[in-house]
Design a binder for this molecule. Structure first.
Ligand code: SF4
Length: 350
């Protein structure tokens, strides 16, 4: 199909196949891609509201046996720089979050061999006992798989026990690119294959949890593989309908073993727009201003995003790899002011 016909198809809300999406992603002018993605967003969110959340990203440990080569955050077992947060410290962070108007922790960490399933259960129970209304958006699929392997329990059982202890939803981290050729090159194939990552989400959705989905692009993958990632997510969403939001960001190369350079802002905007066009069954797309900065974050709202993500009180993982953007609530509202009819804080969820 010619670009013009593809543009008409996308504009009319037609479902793109892999070849059509690739053609648009590679060849459509950037402004046109943005207009198409903005039209999809406007169809899904005709009120023009841009949402955001006040939450805190707490990385409970940086000790990790997975050793992904794109990661600057982890420390190997035995490192003097390794840490595990104590429960009291996590409570203190929750107190600070609540004081700032937040109601949720995004809790993720390394694959620490010293933390059994019971540690997570104890933590979740303790949080819920002390802060019954506080939400736990915790443990990305590779962390769930790590706990499942350590405890020798199947993934559905681990999810069931974590829900029993207070887990509210699962963040979509650790997806990188859901193509095994790429995962092998990034040394993240053994932590979770593409199918294993998707399977954790399938089990989580089956158990009634809502989850997000992510994509980290800009390492060794091809454009076709980025789109393959998006199509795998779309297929699972067709099947289960449990994803609340999609977030993409570019690989942050500083201090990583893999090295290399960061993708440009234009590439980010094109990728975000392509995601909006392919993921026709996702309601929410978040702007990743933490990696792209406030100004590109603001532009994201014209390229399909409808959510500014989190007023990050704390973030350590991309910060370790060089991203150091920070915004408070006033700034987030300022950055959305010209592009949204209204801004609205959400309490939980995506
Ligand atoms: S990305 Fe996650 S799993 Fe991979 S090395 Fe870093 S902390 Fe470990």
């Amino acid at each position: 199909m010619k670009i013009d016909q593809l543009v008409d198809k996308a504009r009319d809300g037609g479902r793109l196949d892999r070849a059509e999406a690739l053609e648009l992603y590679l060849r459509a002018p950037t402004a046109l891609l943005g207009r198409l993605a903005a039209a999809v967003r406007a169809r899904k969110h005709p009120d023009g509201i841009v949402t955001y959340i006040i939450d805190r990203n707490v990385n409970y440990t940086n000790v990790c046996v997975a050793r992904c080569n794109f990661c600057a955050f982890y420390r190997p077992v035995g490192s003097a720089e390794g840490y595990v947060l104590g429960f009291e410290e996590i409570f203190r962070k929750i107190d600070e979050t609540i004081a700032l108007g937040g109601g949720q922790l995004l809790l993720q960490g390394g694959h620490n061999p010293d933390l059994p399933l019971e540690w997570y259960e104890d933590l979740f129970r303790a949080v819920k006992q002390k802060y019954p209304a506080f939400k736990l958006h915790a443990l990305s699929p590779p962390e769930v798989i790590h706990v499942s392997r350590m405890s020798r329990l199947p993934v559905p059982k681990v999810i069931e026990r974590l829900i029993g202890a207070g887990l509210d939803s699962i963040p979509g981290g650790g997806a990188e690119i859901l193509v095994d050729r790429v995962r092998k090159l990034l040394n993240c194939y053994s932590k979770a294959t593409a199918d294993e990552w998707l399977d954790v989400m399938r089990h989580a959705h089956r158990a009634g949890l809502r989850t997000t989905a992510t994509m980290m692009y800009g390492t060794v993958e091809t454009p076709e593989e980025r789109l393959e990632h998006l199509f795998r997510l779309r297929e699972l969403q067709d099947e289960m309908g449990g994803f609340t939001a999609f977030i993409t960001w570019s690989y942050q190369p500083d201090h990583t073993e893999l090295g290399g350079a960061e993708a440009t802002g234009v590439e980010y905007l094109r990728t975000l727009a392509a995601a909006r066009l392919v993921l026709d069954n996702f309601d929410n797309l978040q702007a990743s201003w933490v990696t792209q900065g406030g100004k590109v974050g603001q532009l994201s709202l014209a390229f399909g995003a409808n959510d500014m993500g989190s007023v990050m009180i704390e973030e350590n993982v991309v910060r370790a790899a060089g991203a150091s953007y920070c915004m408070d609530e006033i700034e987030i509202v300022r950055y959305t002011a010209r592009s949204a009819a209204e801004k609205k804080a959400r309490l939980t969820g995506h």
